[in-house]
Design a protein around this ligand. Structure first.
Ligand code: NIG
Ligand code: FE
Length: 411
């Protein structure tokens, strides 16, 4: 597979010599780096790195990074990358004054996406998602999680998950798949929601697990969607098939999602735009990660999660894009990092930790990606020439990433 040597790196950021699973609390402000550094990748993995004074003198390919920083690729642990159509009509409706919940209540939102997805075939869904995958790779993403949840019937949920499986097989970056049959109650079940839960538990989950189509189980536990009791039932059923929970919680209100997530040993509880001290305390006494999605708050105009409070309480905050057609039609991790700093008062170092190592942990990929460590995948990027790290979030919406390297190869 060959070797790649990156020379004269102004700053090699997020290096790791002693392996950690994640960073939390005050440690999130530490981002170890080496100035004037080199990095050697061999056979797709990071083989060595250090100061230029110790740089090896040859490799199959060399890249001169004078003036540039090198970072590990972003780890985007929460997306809905597979969908059939954009929803810009609802975007305009919201500009005119309707809320996300009002649009959902009249059959728009997730149900609108489900109708479009039902009519789409696997090939066209694959092509659309593949294009978006290339787009986010260009933003520097080097590992990603993708959810189902626009199917809402046995057939369509399986169709979505098969598309995700095809993406996994063809993708140059690691992908984790999450089953989100409990994303919304379909119209036909609104008068008998327990029958939809039963369909998820008795038909969808067995087939999803039987075909090995998912790594995780998700539920949209929120006001107007699934109750904590329903969520509990689905997560327990998921565990029977070895599917660990990663759930949507507290986007629209304080609705018990954190409690049910922690009780079910969720890997992460995601969103948390509405969170009180009680939830923060609960998370502190658990291994469940709080994943924040600031581009969703930005797009919907809802409150930003209280990242500062969470980090100050000692929590390991994670950042992700939530790329989806309804609440965050963008998979731009550098923009998410900017928003985290600008609107949630995270330090640039904290935001980068949240978007790399902690994101990797939220997909159980911390042994593979998320830091510059010997043996990990050589998924990284060089920045444009930069004087300081803080320029990455500071120059919001700008071009931070110059060259993407995946599996030790320049893209
Ligand atoms: O994470 N909140 C639930 N699910 C998505 C939005 C889905 C949609 O509107 O299509 C989210 O924000
Ligand atoms: Fe989401």
């Amino acid at each position: 597979m060959g070797s790649l040597l990156i020379r004269n790196i102004r700053s090699l950021v997020q290096i790791e010599t002693v392996r950690r699973n994640l960073v939390k609390g005050p440690d999130m402000a530490n981002l170890p780096s080496i100035e004037d550094a080199y990095l050697l990748a061999e056979n797709g993995r990071i083989a060595a790195f250090g100061p230029m004074s110790a740089c090896p003198d040859r490799a199959d390919e060399t890249l001169d990074a004078t003036g540039r920083m090198v970072l590990p690729s972003w780890c985007d642990s929460h997306t809905h990358l597979v969908f059939a159509a954009t929803r810009e009509e609802e975007f305009v409706d919201r500009i005119r004054g309707l809320s996300y919940e009002e649009i959902a209540g009249r059959g728009g939102g997730i149900l609108n996406s489900a109708r479009k997805l039902e009519a789409a075939d696997e090939d066209s869904l694959f092509r659309g998602a593949w294009q978006r995958l290339q787009e986010v790779i260009g933003f520097g993403t080097g590992a990603i999680e993708i959810k189902s949840g626009y199917g809402l019937t046995l057939e369509s949920e399986i169709k979505m998950l098969r598309v995700i499986r095809r993406l996994k097989e063809a993708s140059p970056i690691p992908i984790k798949a999450t089953f989100l049959g409990a994303h919304a109650i379909p119209m036909a079940y609104q008068a008998r929601r327990e029958a939809y839960i039963q369909l998820i538990v008795e038909e969808m989950l067995p087939q999803v697990a039987g075909e090995g189509l998912a790594d995780y189980c998700d539920v949209f536990c929120d006001k107007g969607f699934f109750t904590p009791e329903e969520t509990d039932q689905i997560l327990q059923a998921g565990w029977k098939y070895g599917l660990k929970p990663k759930i949507h919680a507290n986007e629209l209100g304080i609705t018990g999602g954190v409690q049910v997530g922690v009780a079910n040993r969720a890997i992460s509880v995601d969103h948390l735009e509405h969170t009180s001290d009680i939830e923060i305390e609960l998370l502190k006494n658990s291994d469940t990660l709080p994943t924040l999605l600031p581009s969703c708050a930005f797009f919907l105009g809802i409150p930003y999660p209280e990242a500062r409070k969470m980090i100050d309480a000692g929590l390991p905050v994670v950042l992700a894009t939530d790329y989806n057609p309804g609440s965050s039609p963008s998979g731009n991790m550098p923009f998410v990092v900017s928003l985290a700093c600008i609107r949630m008062k995270m330090l640039p170092e904290e935001a980068i930790n949240a978007a790399t190592l902690n994101g990797a942990r939220a997909m159980e990929l911390e042994d593979e990606v998320g830091t510059i460590a010997i043996g990990k995948k050589a998924n990284l990027f060089t920045t444009i020439p930069l004087e300081s790290l803080a320029l990455i979030p500071y120059s919001f919406g700008g071009k931070a990433v110059e060259t993407v390297i995946l599996n030790g190869k320049v893209l």
